[in-house]
Design a protein. Structure first.
Length: 170
């Protein structure tokens, strides 16, 4: 039988363990703090955020994010902290006040075509470089309509990170 202190330590470890936070078997789970789906995408609300080794200010900073609107994937929750991953799978714990529910995407394909309609043969509106961040307007059937610096158009989800390939957003 576990003593109360060991039980608390085991519960805390389960809450902050990266393997526990990202492990998925079956349908998506929900976060214990928000009741929102895990994993889910959010964006960085500020132009600077520190990703820490654990969910408190006393933990070491592993990453410093310096791009406002950067899409991140939330994989775990503990009190006011969210475990996040970036496009490269790196990340850590960020205070929830630095994150936004506004959905953005990161272009992962160099010179990805932005089209006037969600069709491969539709006229190109622009070509987007790898690393460009766009705000999601809507997504359906493998395409997302995004806004980049006032320009709007459709981009295939295979060229984007920050949205699931089959995700539908209105």
């Amino acid at each position: 039988m576990k003593t109360p202190i060991l039980a608390i330590a085991a519960a805390l470890w389960a809450a902050v363990s990266p393997l526990h936070a990202t492990a998925q078997s079956g349908p998506p789970s929900v976060g214990p703090e928000t009741g929102l789906p895990l994993p889910r995408f959010v964006s960085l609300k500020t132009s600077e955020a520190r990703a820490r080794r654990g969910p408190s200010l006393t933990h070491r900073v592993d990453w410093l994010y310096t791009r406002r609107d950067l899409p991140l994937r939330v994989t775990g929750e503990f009190e006011h902290w969210r475990r996040v991953e970036d496009v490269e799978g790196e990340g850590g714990w960020i205070h929830y006040s630095l994150l936004s529910g506004v959905r953005t995407v990161l272009v992962t394909e160099d010179m990805a075509p932005m089209r006037s309609r969600p069709q491969p043969q539709a006229p190109e509106v622009a070509r987007l470089e790898n690393g460009v961040i766009g705000h999601i307007m809507e997504c359906a059937a493998g395409w997302c309509r995004i806004s980049v610096d006032g320009m709007r158009g459709w981009v295939e989800t295979t060229a984007l990170w920050g949205v699931a390939p089959d995700e539908v957003l209105d």
